[in-house]
Design a protein around this ligand. Structure first.
Ligand code: GLY
Ligand code: MN
Ligand code: MN
Length: 438
């Protein structure tokens, strides 16, 4: 099913925004991701992709602004028949200009020769310090050498800045083109959940459910899972990053599925919890109702001006109320219980994170001296959960071996929100009607 795609206009627009923000007499340098060994699927570095759309590993982009004149330089792996026979075609130096909008392109093999002179006139340089990759070390070495010679030549010290904050400030607010991609990713995830859930039944294996979901994504043109899918039945659901997915689903257990596809580099991130036999037990239902209430409460307050801290508190207060009702917490002033983190033994993770090119997407930490406030175009997930492992003390045994999380992807609009993953059923009646109906 062909879906939307980003055009070179989109990437040119992103570079224009970065050029506007970066100031004059500045160079910004961005490495692509490193090639992955052993046939592991390559995933492009998200910042690099956002500014270039260039799909190959090992490339470098430089944005230069000098006395108001802007130049986009790409360093790319050179054409090479032998490498291309094995690893697929490359754009090469010519393709970097004709296909990807570079004003100037060089082979990345010449980066030691060509990049230092680009640093030469800059007063400020954006470069993420990265000692973990060979390319990162090379780029930093070039910067250091050019900074030294710039002292010698009387140019003076260059201010080195990490571009992360500036890019995060851009990436956090999605453009209409990006939202088309994210809506499509959510739609693919939704379609596959609808097909898969009827196959949940006692005796099915966690990996069968994973395989059905992932088949549904890929067969609709998704790239791959956005992150390692989690399908955990019973006690497995209480391990937050359970990924083995090799257990059998048992009658009477609940199964937690945290799985979302990536489409055109954009992630969806979805969690649902289902009763394996099609009917929630009383204990599962009570917990599920609290979690769903917390999720809806946090979603309901979403609009421009709200911070992730606000979402966290709104959800946690609902959780605390529910935990008091269940007898897990002593009754008390909810604000004090919240300040004391009384909910954390059972709800121990954040309720929200940004979503986009990365599952845990970039966002600046603050705006105007306050925790960062969401604006129109921000997409966050809302994902409260309650986890009670086998043998835990202080909670009645009927609640043991239950992990429940509900997670949706929510866009902040001009006056509220839009739930991108709407329609992946989460009301108890709808879930009970769907599970096992295949
Ligand atoms: N699946 C990763 C997360 O929910 O944050
Ligand atoms: Mn998430
Ligand atoms: Mn998730």
């Amino acid at each position: 099913m062909p879906g939307p795609s980003l055009t070179q206009d989109f990437f040119r627009g992103r570079r224009e925004r970065f050029f506007e923000a970066m100031g004059d007499n500045t160079i910004a340098v961005f490495p692509a991701g490193p090639a992955t060994p052993n046939h592991i699927r390559f995933r492009q570095n998200s910042d690099f992709y956002y500014l270039t759309g260039f799909p190959e590993p090992g490339a470098v982009a430089a944005l230069l602004k000098h006395e108001g004149e802007q130049t986009y330089v790409l360093f790319v792996p050179p054409r090479d028949a032998h490498s291309e026979r094995w690893d697929g075609s490359r754009a090469g130096v010519e393709g970097a200009v004709s296909g990807y909008g570079a004003d100037v392109a060089h082979s990345v093999d010449d980066i030691d020769k060509e990049l230092p002179s680009l640093f030469g006139n800059a007063w400020h340089a954006y470069l993420k310090p990265d000692i973990h990759t060979a390319l990162g070390r090379t780029l930093f070495g070039i910067y250091e050498r050019s900074a030294k010679s710039s002292d010698r030549l009387g140019h003076g010290a260059v201010e080195l800045k990490d571009p992360a904050w500036l890019l995060a400030s851009m990436r956090v607010h999605k453009t209409p083109e990006e939202l088309d991609m994210m809506r499509h990713a959510a739609a693919i995830s939704r379609a596959s959940y609808a097909e898969t859930i009827p196959h949940i039944k006692p005796g099915a294996y966690e990996y069968e459910i994973q395989a059905r979901l992932e088949y549904g994504w890929r067969s609709r043109g998704a790239d791959e899972p956005a992150y390692v899918s989690i399908v955990g039945g019973g006690n497995n659901a209480t391990c937050l990053h359970y990924v083995e997915n090799d257990g059998m689903l048992r009658d009477g257990d609940a199964v937690l599925i945290d799985a979302g596809c990536m489409y055109g580099h954009y992630a969806s991130d979805v969690t649902r919890t289902y009763p394996v036999n099609g009917k929630f037990s009383d204990a599962q239902r009570r917990i599920y109702e609290i979690v769903l209430r917390a999720e809806k409460a946090a979603i309901e307050i979403m609009k421009p001006g709200v911070s992730i801290k606000d979402l966290q508190k709104t959800g946690a207060l609902v959780m605390i109320d529910g935990m008091v009702e269940l007898g897990w917490l002593e009754d008390g002033d909810p604000e004090e219980l919240f300040d004391d983190k009384a909910h954390q033994p059972y709800f121990m993770h954040g309720i929200a994170h940004h979503l986009g090119l990365d599952t845990h997407d970039s966002a600046p930490a603050e705006s105007d001296g306050e925790p960062f406030q969401l604006r129109e175009g921000a997409v966050v997930t809302i994902e409260p959960g309650i986890y009670v492992s086998e043998g835990v003390e202080g909670v009645d045994e009927v609640y043991h071996r239950i992990g429940v999380r509900v997670e949706d992807d929510v866009l902040v609009t001009a006056d509220g929100y839009e739930t991108l993953t709407d329609g992946i059923v989460k009301e108890i009646d709808d879930i009970e009607a769907a599970v096992g109906s295949a």
